[in-house]
Design a protein around this ligand. Sequence first.
Ligand code: 3PG
Length: 211
Amino acid sequence: PGEVLDALGRLRLVPVVVLDDAADAAPLAGALVAGGLPVAEVTFRTPAAGDAIRAMADRGDVLLGAGTVLTPAQVDEAVAAGARYVVSPGLSRAVVERCAEHGVLALPGAVTATEVQAALELGLTAVKFFPAGTSGGAPAIRALAAPFGGVRFIPTGGVGPATVADYLAVDAVVAVGGSWMVPRERIAAGDVEAVRRLTAEAVALVRRPED
Ligand code: 3PG
């Protein structure tokens, strides 16, 4: 799990994907790689999620996470398909424990001190800060990081080109998640060029000076 968190920290940006048709997964993965972002969080908001993860994982060059995971059964499905980490909108003990059984990184949502403490009690040191935009944004993460020195945050939800740098400027932020570079309707339309371009633009925004 630690290795996966380190990899997310190097990538700095995670596209959060909603796929209506698993047949779109392989072209999408190609567009993400071409855009310089070999990672995807595929959400279990559609029945295509498991097959989409499998299709993207088969390439071998994309780090796959499962998003919107609400049940232990979805954890099983995601891991079987090739997901290396599991993201939930909120904190579920059952989901976190199933992830631990599989040895995969769990990133539950946490936006309050109480939720962060609950995650710590489950043995976690990284959480998704969701929904970031309406939960106080970067200043709220800074304030939470003060008492919870070792905790790392992945803000997601309402992040876009205008705010991504503000989040990444916070030391406790590992990476930022968002869907703006992978618009659902562009993917459904087979417009991989739009995804590649939006992805490349997003990568340019988060590039470190030393990169
Ligand atoms: C998620 O599930 O993480 C969010 O829906 C992604 O948020 P965004 O669409 O506001 O980027």
